[in-house]
Design a protein around this ligand. Structure first.
Ligand SMILES: C[S@@+](CC[C@H](N)C(=O)[O-])C[C@H]1O[C@@H](n2cnc3c(N)ncnc32)[C@H](O)[C@@H]1O
Length: 258
């Protein structure tokens, strides 16, 4: 490892730091050992172990799914359901998971996704989407807020009563207006930072559990697709939503495919 670092004299400081981190990160080693495409698989494992979201016959949508670490975890835990992954990038297939290449913020991609669901309601919507960081905290915060907003709007369309939403946000949590909206729509809303999420990363996850039935009725047919079991009522570990809008917090660099 040392020679690998020494020999590459042309590496920039940041790429050397990245390489050192990759070579010494226990989650990278464990991901390799367990056959996961990305160390980020462990973040979903931690989220699901804590909140008990995924059930074997669920319909699950994974937004920002490349290279497929979360999809691998979902496929292990949702063996008889339906899984659809969406990303800007190509993804090497994971079992019989359906994949859509496109920008989730574009109506055509959402239309394609709705077509793939064929009118079925969704039990769990996951989003690990992150726009590339520009380093200006208020801009990065706005970008991720727009992504989370688009995920929440999608949930309005497809999530079954009792269904769950998980979305990556930045330090400071979910933007206030969206957070209070979600608190009205879900039974419980928390923020959670998995141990496998790097301490120096600004990322954390919004976990919204137990979608309340929509007053005006969803456009979706819910027949035979009710969520199974009651998700656990667990408190997040010291990461309760903070009242601070994201733009006021310093941010690190959101992860790419870790
Ligand atoms: C951190 S990676 C996801 C890692 C993934 N959860 C895994 O375990 O392999 C974030 C992904 O979000 C995707 N992404 C970002 N913005 C997107 C958008 N608007 N539509 C679709 N995918 C997007 C990126 O292309 C990137 O692959």
């Amino acid at each position: 490892m040392v020679s690998l670092l020494k020999n590459k004299k042309k590496r920039t400081n940041s790429s050397r730091a990245w390489l050192t981190r990759q070579l010494t990160d226990p989650y990278v080693a464990q991901a390799k050992k367990d056959g996961y495409r990305a160390r980020s698989a462990f973040k979903l494992i931690e989220i699901d172990d804590k909140f008990q979201l995924l059930k074997p016959t669920n319909v699950v949508v994974d937004l920002g799914c490349a290279p497929g670490g979360w999809l691998q975890v979902v496929a292990q835990r949702v063996r008889k359901g339906q899984i659809i992954g969406v990303d800007l990038q190509n993804v090497v297939p994971v079992g019989d998971v359906a994949l859509i290449k496109g920008d989730f913020t574009e109506p055509e991609t959402v239309a394609q996704l709705l077509g793939g669901l064929g009118g079925k309601g969704v039990h769990v919507v996951l989003s690990d989407m992150a726009a590339p960081a520009c380093g200006i905290p208020s801009v990065d915060a706005l970008r991720i807020t727009l992504l989370v907003r688009s995920v929440a709007d999608f949930c309005d369309k497809v999530l079954l009563p009792g269904g769950h939403m998980v979305a990556k946000v930045l330090r400071g949590g979910t933007e206030n207006e969206l957070l209070s909206e979600l608190k009205q729509k879900f039974r419980k809303v928390s923020h959670f930072k998995p141990a496998s999420s790097r301490a120096d990363s600004a990322e954390m996850y919004l976990v919204a559990i137990g979608r309340k039935p929509q007053e005006s009725g969803s456009r979706w047919s819910h027949a035979g697709t009710e969520p199974q079991g009651t998700p656990h009522e667990t408190e997040p570990q010291g990461t309760e939503p903070q009242g601070t809008p994201q733009g006021t917090e310093p941010h690190g660099t959101p992860h790419g495919t870790e």
